[in-house]
Design a protein around this ligand. Structure first.
Ligand code: GDP
Length: 464
């Protein structure tokens, strides 16, 4: 049976050939394992000091497996909070494999995915948002994602939430005190003060919830779907934005029948640009499939780039797809940017000509052919997709897990507020507060379940 008291081992660096590789041990017998491998006494490893030593295979003292740098971190002053030993060896697959085997022979067992970080969490070295941030730092694909992850790692999300939870605990405790004196009809918590504090707490939760829109986009990338009628220049626009020929450009309408996805960083933010089949009444079965797929992409989009051809008459510029796009914008809330393309051909249409279907939309004029307006489009795209404040703000909700727990907290707090207004008794008010406290605690990990831990650490790789 696997227990928390096992000493675990894993290769912490990527597979393959490298200058060095790091093998990490954590657990009560980490030091014993390295004693066996090196023949050195444990006392020779000063905590947090690197030491060069030779590592041997069992029963072999002539030729070492490798000369390594060994660093011992004595718990609790280590990543996991336990005794940790890091062996930096030469980065050849065979060397690494042999040393790993020797560690296993010496009594360690192979770590499960995320087990080091899970132990760090269980030993109070990290809270759950910080554990998520570890995965965020490792997986960051853009500057903005990295910054957000590092800030979360520093506790910039959990600190205000911990403060919030503390506040709610105090409020609940005061209400619960009244229950102990229920015969005497006392109010320890002035209802007015309670309402004021609850309002402030709700405001913080609302702010956190609102940050998720940007937080998720920064963390995962902004899904930007290029849509429009056939031949308006969607593929050309994608190519122009990416700076290479990724999508097929043709003069025959209806030729992009599949969706093409390309990643591109604009101003430090990752955008996933998706080119789609042009929207019109399909002429054949393949086109029907392509158009169906386009609508599915539209549903998943964070931002829609709606391309229209400036060089055609207004009857041709927009068709029945226009209202459908507008409806998605109004109902589902992706950002919708109008891109007026082919301005190099002279402008046949003006925005006003397109009527109410484009009302209130931000638009940018470009030429995918000459590159005119593209820098502006990028800037508008960045500005639209991720709020300036959230981009640099500390309170940034970045995962669905955090978001859902905070939604629960908000619901419970709103119920408490309604109860206060309706003059409900302390018992019921405290009940709602306790639920909010539980929900906020789930974000940082003061409250956890096996499922939450599995969800977070199960997606880590081995050695993290
Ligand atoms: P899609 O069907 O919307 O993906 O359109 P394409 O990107 O395949 O472009 C259709 C045609 O319009 C091609 O012949 C392109 O060369 C042309 N085109 C695209 N963008 C521009 C532009 O900005 N200016 C001009 N003059 N032609 C363009």
């Amino acid at each position: 049976m696997k227990t928390l008291w096992d000493t675990i081992v894993a290769v912490a660096t990527p597979r393959g050939v490298g200058a060095i590789a790091v093998i990490r041990l954590s657990g009560p017998s980490a030091l014993e394992v390295i004693e066996r491998l090196t023949g050195c006494a444990g006392s020779e490893f000063a905590p947090s000091r690197a030491r060069v030593c030779e590592v041997f295979a069992t029963g072999e003292r002539d030729v070492p497996l490798d000369q390594c740098v060994v660093t011992y971190f004595r718990g609790p002053h280590s990543y996991t909070g336990e005794d940790v030993v890091e062996i930096s060896c030469h980065g050849g697959p065979l060397v690494v494999q042999r040393i790993l085997e020797e560690c296993l022979q010496a009594g360690a067992r192979l770590a499960e995915p995320g087990e080091f970080t899970r132990r760090a969490f269980l030993n109070g070295k990290l809270d759950l948002t910080q554990a998520e941030a570890v995965a965020g730092i490792v997986g960051a694909r853009s500057e903005a994602a990295l910054r957000a992850a590092v800030r979360q790692y520093r506790g910039e999300l959990s600190a205000p939430l911990r403060g919030l939870r503390e506040q709610l605990v105090q409020l609940a405790a005061r209400l619960e005190l009244e229950l102990d004196f229920s015969d005497e009809d006392v109010e320890f918590a002035s209802r007015e003060e309670l309402a004021g504090r609850l309002e402030a707490a709700l405001e913080l939760v609302e702010r956190a919830l609102a940050s998720y829109r940007s937080g998720r986009r920064v963390w995962e990338g902004v899904r930007t779907v290029i849509v429009g009628r056939p031949n308006v220049g969607k593929s050309s626009l994608l190519n122009a934005l990416v700076g290479s020929e990724r999508a097929i450009v043709t003069e025959i309408p209806g030729t992009t029948r599949d969706s093409i996805e390309v990643e591109r960083i604009f101003d430090g933010i990752l955008f996933r640009l998706v080119d789609t089949a042009g929207l019109r009444r399909a002429r054949d079965k393949v086109e029907v499939l392509g158009i169906d797929r386009t609508w599915r992409e539209v549903e998943k989009a964070d931002v829609l780039l709606w391309v229209v051809d400036a060089s055609v008459g207004k009857e041709e510029a927009v068709g029945e797809e226009a209202w459908a796009l507008r409806r998605v914008w109004e109902e589902k809330g992706p950002d919708l940017l109008l891109v007026v393309n082919k301005v190099d051909l002279g402008r046949q249409i003006r925005l006003e000509d397109l009527g109410p279907v484009v009302e209130g939309l931000r638009s940018v004029e470009v030429s995918a052919k000459t590159g005119e307006g593209l820098r502006e489009l990028e800037a508008v795209l960045v500005e639209t997709a991720v709020g300036k404040e959230e981009r640099d703000g500390g309170l940034l909700v970045t995962s669905a897990r955090q978001f859902e727990a905070l939604l629960r907290a908000r619901d419970a707090m709103e119920r408490c507020r309604a109860g206060l207004r309706a003059g409900l008794g302390a018992e019921l008010l405290a009940l709602d507060l306790r639920e909010a406290i539980d929900a906020v605690g789930r974000v940082t990990g003061e409250v956890t379940t096996d499922e939450i831990l599995e969800e977070i650490f199960g997606s880590f790789c081995i050695g993290k």
